[in-house]
Design a protein around this ligand. Structure first.
Ligand code: SF4
Length: 206
């Protein structure tokens, strides 16, 4: 992850923002509380989901959930990157990771990697009906357990789709009901309930 370059100042190349939005940490909570970041700006990656470890470039199962700023089309450039101006549209209130990232010296950023992560429980009051719904969803559609039930992880080519088709269908029904009952948009769902199983396992619906 450490990049050796000779220039020690930001050239505003935008490379860091183009690679995707930052993971949020506890000090970023205020940005959600004060409305700088709304649920539709965020994406929850749940515990147990496969994700790329940038330090090793290997796919691992996440030990803890994390919340990221969404990319364009979820995984593209950070949604706050203004490609015309080549600048961050929330620069003054950008999250901690963006403040610490210096591409010529990534040690500060590495020092907080997967530490003090902001999680949904830090943003939604425990005991609230919505939080109970989230907990129930995590329990019923536990990605870690589902992933463990798959043979040959990782790699879509080796997944046993018949094992997960049913659960993917059930989760889709759950999400549709929540969107209808709570008037949530698809983007809100990605924060409150994480990416759909359909997306995580890249299964096209029956
Ligand atoms: S929040 Fe701003 S600085 Fe951070 S990745 Fe997005 S565009 Fe770049």
């Amino acid at each position: 992850m450490h990049i050796n370059v000779t220039d020690e100042e930001c050239k505003r190349c935008g490379e860091c923002c183009i690679k995707g939005g930052p993971v949020l940490h506890t000090p970023d909570r205020v940005l959600v509380v004060n409305g700088t970041l709304s649920p539709a700006d965020l994406l929850t990656i749940r515990r147990g989901e496969p994700g790329l470890d940038p330090r090793t470039n290997r796919v691992v199962l996440l030990e803890n959930e994390l919340i990221k700023i969404r990319g364009v089309n979820k995984i593209g450039a950070c949604k706050f990157f203004d490609s015309q101006m080549h600048a961050c549209s929330i620069y003054g209130t950008r999250p901690v990771e963006c403040k610490l990232l210096k591409c010529w010296d990534t040690r500060e950023l590495e020092s907080i990697f997967m530490k003090d992560l902001l999680q949904r429980k830090d943003l939604i009051p425990a005991g609230a009906a919505l939080f109970e719904l989230i907990e129930n969803h995590d329990k019923v559609f536990d990605i870690k357990k589902i992933t463990e039930a798959l043979s040959g992880f990782p790699g879509p080519g080796s997944w046993n789709f018949s094992v997960i088709e049913k659960v993917v269908r059930e989760e889709r029904r759950f999400r549709q009901k929540v969107m209808k009952d709570l008037s949530f948009k698809e983007a809100d769902m990605d924060f409150f309930f994480g990416r759909s199983l359909e997306e995580v396992f890249a299964v096209s619906g029956p």
